[in-house]
Each structure stands twice: as C-alpha cells, then as structure tokens.
Design a protein. Structure first.
Lengths: 452, 166
C-alpha cells in the first residue's frame, strides 16, 4: 500500500476541527517555515521537491513561484484555484470538505514564501456548503494565531478569504479566474503578461490548485528530498485521483505514481474492478479534456510496456497512442458504453462552457455538439466524421486560452481510436438507437510493427 | 422598493471589506448570490440596479456579469430548483432516466416550472460529483446516488418543507 501524505489523517474522527487537526500534528509546517526558514528557502524546498501543479497542466510549482515579480511597494497575491469543474474531477472537493485545515495550512506557508498578505480561495459557486467549512477553518486558524497580524511573532501578516464563483468552468483558467475575482465576466486574458507579473488588480499573482497548495505541507514537514523519493522520474510525491464511471468503488484515492493503470482499476484497494464482470472498453484517465484511450492502449503503451499512473507514462506515445495525467479525473467506460454518446455529452459541456470570446471555440464547440448529436441519433453522414476532425483541428491552438484545446482533444481522440464505432452509427442508423457497438476489438492485444 | 435589511447590509459591508480599498467591484459575485437569495431566487433588473448602487458601479457592469454565470437566474424560478447533472460520468450512470422521471413526475419540461411555482427542472453540466452519480443540486446541497425512489422522497421532502415554512 502506497504512502499517503495528504489523506493519511482524513478518517481521524473530528479532523475537520482545529483541535483534532492540531493534535494530529497540524500546522507544524507553519511553525517550521515561519520560525526557522526564510521565504526563499521555502520556495527552494518546493522547487527541489519536484512538485508539479495538480490542477491539470502539471507545471513545476517551484518554478512558477520563482517567476513571481517582486517590485518594491507593490502587493503580491496568492490565489487558490478551487474552481474544480473538469468532468470526472472531484478530488479538491473531497480534500476541502474533509480535511480543510490542510489547505489553510498549505496556503499560510505558501503565502509566506510568496509574500502575500492577502490570499484568496476562489471556489466554484456550486460547492456552497464547503464555503462554510473553509470559513470555519479559517476562523479557527485565526483564533489560534496562525492567521492575522504578526503570525507566531514572525512579523508576517496574512489573511485568507473565500471568494464564491457562480458557475463557469472557464474560471478554472487562471486569468479568467482573476477576471472573475475582480467582479467581471470570466473571459481569459491574453498572455503575456502572465499573472506572475500582472495578475490580480494588476499586481504580481500566483494561482495554484487546492491539491498543489496542500502538498506544500508534507514538503515542508518532511523536506523536499523525502518528498521527491516517493514516485518516479518527474512524477514526485503523491497524486489524488478521482475515479468514476463503470467501477465498483468510485471515489478519491491518493496514489504514489508508481502503480500500473491495471492495478488502479482492478485492485480492491482502488477502483475494485468493473461491476457485473463487464469488460473494460475505454478510459479517460485525467479529466474530460484529455484523450480517451481504448482498453488495450490504456493498459499497455504502444511499446508494449505496462502503463503506469504518472505524468510520463500516461502521456507515453503522445496523442497518437497516449493520453495525459491532467487533473486526475479517471473516467472508466465498460463494454456497454457508447463512445459517440459520451463524446457528445462532453462536446455539449464545452459548448456550454465556452466564454464566447474567440470565434473558433465559440462557433466550433456548437458545431461539434450538433454533428455529434446527429451521429448519435443515427442522422449522421460519413463526411460528418471528417468534418468533425476538421473542426477540432481548426479550434486547437487558435484560441486565447486552453479551453479550445480542451474541447478539441476529446473529439479528436474519439475519432482517432474509435472511428469504426462512428462509422457503424452512420451505417446502421436504426440499429444504433437500439443497441451499441459494444466492446468490438478495443481490448485486443496490439501488435505494433517493430521499428528496426 | 428593493433594499437589503440592516443585517444583510452588514454582510455586504463585511464582504466588501475582504478586498482592498477601491476594489469593491470584486464583491459583485458574492453580493449577487446574496441578492438572489434575498429577493425571490432570481435577479430582476431593479435588483441588479440596486446591487450596482451598493457597489458604486454602472448597472451594465452588473448585467454583463449576471448574464455570464449559470448560477444567476434572470427569470423567476420555482421555490425548489432541481439542477440535474447530465455530463458524461453522470450520463453513464443513468442521469437521462432520472431527468425523464422528474419530467413525468412533475409534468414539466427542462427549464420549466410547475404551475404551483413549487419546482423548476434544470439540466446542468458537471458539478464535480462524478463518483456519486447520478446527482442534482438542490439549494445549497448536493443530492447524490439518485434513484427514482430518492427523487420521490426529495419531492415529498420539499412539499413538506414548503408547508412547514408557510
């Protein structure tokens, strides 16, 4: 069983309260950082730990911190991105709901490192009950001297506030989030300038995901070297995975990134296999934006190696035969699921969530949704499949923010790997309304040509 | 006349104080939530104008925000709004049949409100409860692992609460 750094105490009775959290060793990292380290030393530890952003992009956190501009007399801000909205992803919710002080503790240490005296948690509006939980945790931390003026006599002041969003996936994009935090529509900004130079109210700002900030706690407590020993290659530490779809045990799992995908799906410690002895057809391993893979390519890379649950292995083979770790939203489809229909729901999602700023995304997402609905309803033509391919290709890379790519990739991957299922829908317009294409050949062993 | 009571005005002041001097516009989203709760579950134009006055911004700055975010209702809704998620992971777990069941049971379509003004059915995109699908948002909370029986119980619960609160 892998080591847990974030969720090891989540089942302790009353861990949501300050007293129990503190008794279990909580807020030690704040004491260590503020009493015995300077801000740059904290940033160095995070750099050395190899921690990568857990929101989806996987950018090295310490490096992101080191980009923060520090002009004299200008405030700097830390903003926690708790706008979790990527379909398949519900890990941050779990962390905030059940062990809220871990996020607050991580934010205090991170605010100290970055010199932010005023930090915000931007939370999606629908997580309304979690706001109460976080505000309670903040009040308790403040009451015990971990927030407010001159924390632990260090001379460092810090306040944290929760800012409630109002239903917009796009606000998970960091510049849209900042616009929203300024009381505007969530339209992403053109970069550069990057938030590290010009962010919230034009001041230097770092935006980090919930899980990323929580991971700062074990990094400071145990030291970067210890943290980096867990995992493999550039996938250090632990990762929260939220697993859903056709599995026996949906939920949030903290994994060390050395386990095989097959073990994650079938072991009782994690997903517990697929219900009713059904066979695995496909999986989206890192949230709805990342490429869907058929069972055979999911479990084994094109080179024939067992695929592991980490950044490098999940993306092994590029988009041709691989996928991505993304946000860790792991969606499993069994042999009874229809890839066309599933892709249609995702296309509808992206059309709904496009902010409308860039025409390729605003128009293209709507076209893809309509075409996919037609194909799903047996009203498609073979040329529609090529048209879909063409549209997604023209969205990708042609928008201000990555929502365009996020909308294009699921459609591209579905056609790349499941084209015959799309064709079957077109050629069997009556049949596709009553039954589905089933498992077909998607779990067959792959024989790749050997390259001399 | 649209006006928050003193207690709510205190909350408004507290929210505005979370942001630096002169950045009161940042309080817009939280205050629109407050206004929607307080003034009948939706944002009528006079309500939005009032929020603009409170924050010393132009009314258009409020309209453009209220019309962007899906949680703000720009027309009246029922006392209880069933917001059922229909994105991929919920679809796999049967959200379509839950939506159809609610339609039949309440005799309304998606986006419609029952004649007695009690229930509105809305379909929404991913609410971050994929592991507990199918699900809906009801007020401040999520109702998860929905079944037809659970939907029946939720409808009864809402009706009972409405009677109790009257």
């Amino acid at each position: 069983m892998g080591r847990k750094l974030l969720l090891d105490k989540v089942h302790v009775d009353g861990i949501r309260s300050y007293d129990v959290y503190r008794r279990e060793g909580g807020y030690r990292s704040v004491e260590k950082a503020l009493k015995s380290m300077n801000p740059d030393a904290v940033t160095d530890e995070v750099k050395k730990s190899g921690l990568r952003g857990r929101g989806g992009a996987g950018f090295p956190t310490g490096m992101k911190w080191s980009f923060l501009a520090k002009p004299a007399g200008v405030p700097r801000y830390l903003v926690c991105n708790a706008d979790e909205s990527e379909p398949g992803t519900f890990k941050d919710r779990y962390l905030m709901e059940f062990i809220p002080h871990l996020l607050i503790e991580g934010m205090i240490v991170s605010s100290f490192a970055l010199g932010s005296n005023l930090s915000y948690i931007y939370i999606r509006g629908e997580y309304a009950w979690i706001i109460d939980i976080l505000e309670q945790a903040i009040a308790e931390a403040k009451q015990h001297g971990f927030l407010g003026k001159n924390i632990l006599g260090s001379g460092f002041d810090c306040e944290i506030y929760v800012h409630r969003g109002a239903g917009a996936y796009i606000c998970g994009e960091e510049t849209a989030l900042l616009e929203s935090l300024e009381g505007k529509r969530g339209n992403p900004r053109i970069k550069p300038p990057f938030p590290a130079v010009k962010g919230l109210w034009d001041c230097p700002t770092v935006v980090n995901n919930v899980e990323t900030l929580a991971a700062v706690v074990p990094i400071i407590n145990e030291g970067a070297e210890e943290y980096a020993k867990i995992g493999i290659g550039k996938s250090t530490g632990t990762k929260l995975m939220s697993a859903c779809g056709n599995i026996n045990k949906p939920g949030v799992y903290e994994i060390d990134m050395t386990i095989p995908v097959e073990e994650f799906i079938y072991s009782d410690e994690y997903c517990g296999g697929i219900p009713n002895k059904k066979r695995l057809k496909a999986c989206i391993p890192g949230g709805s934006s990342v490429p869907i893979l058929p069972a055979n390519l999911l479990l084994t890379t094109a080179k024939g190696e067992k695929r592991l649950m980490n950044y490098e292995s999940l993306s092994d083979g590029g988009f041709a035969t691989g996928s991505m770790m993304g946000s860790g939203g792991f969606i499993v489809l069994d042999e009874d699921q229809c890839v066309v229909k599933h892709t249609y729901t995702l296309a509808r999602f992206y059309r709904h969530e496009s902010c409308g700023q860039c025409s390729p995304c605003r128009e293209g997402t709507g076209w893809m949704e309509k075409i996919l609905l037609n194909i799903d309803n047996g009203k498609g033509r073979i040329s529609d499949i090529d048209l879909l391919w063409d549209i997604q290709r023209k969205i990708e890379g042609n928008t201000i923010c990555p929502l365009g790519d996020a909308a294009a990739w699921p459609v591209a991957a579905a056609i790349r790997h499941f084209r015959d299922e799309f064709e079957w829908h077109v050629l069997n317009p009556g049949e596709c309304l009553k039954s589905n294409y089933g498992l077909a050949h998607y779990a067959d062993e792959i024989h790749m040509p050997l390259i001399a | 006349m649209i006006q928050f009571n003193d207690k709510k005005l205190g909350e408004v002041a507290e929210i505005v104080n979370r942001y630096p001097q002169g950045k009161q516009k940042s309080a817009l989203l939280p205050i629109l939530h407050l206004a929607q709760e307080e003034f009948g579950g939706w944002l009528d134009v006079p309500v939005m104008d009032y929020v603009a006055t409170l924050l010393r911004i132009e009314p258009i700055e409020v309209y453009e925000v209220a019309s962007f975010y899906s949680m703000y209702n720009l027309k009246p809704v029922g006392k209880y709004m069933f917001e059922v998620c229909q994105t991929g992971p919920c679809m796999i777990n049967g959200s379509d049949s839950i939506i159809n069941y609610i339609k039949e049971k309440l005799d309304i379509g998606v986006g419609e409100t029952t004649a007695d003004g009690m229930f509105t059915l809305k379909t929404v995109e991913c609410l971050g409860a994929c592991g507990y699908a199918p699900m809906m948002q009801l007020g401040k909370n999520y109702r998860e692992h929905l079944t037809k029986e659970k939907v029946d119980a939720i409808i009864e619960e809402c009706r009972a609460n409405a009677i109790k609160n009257n």
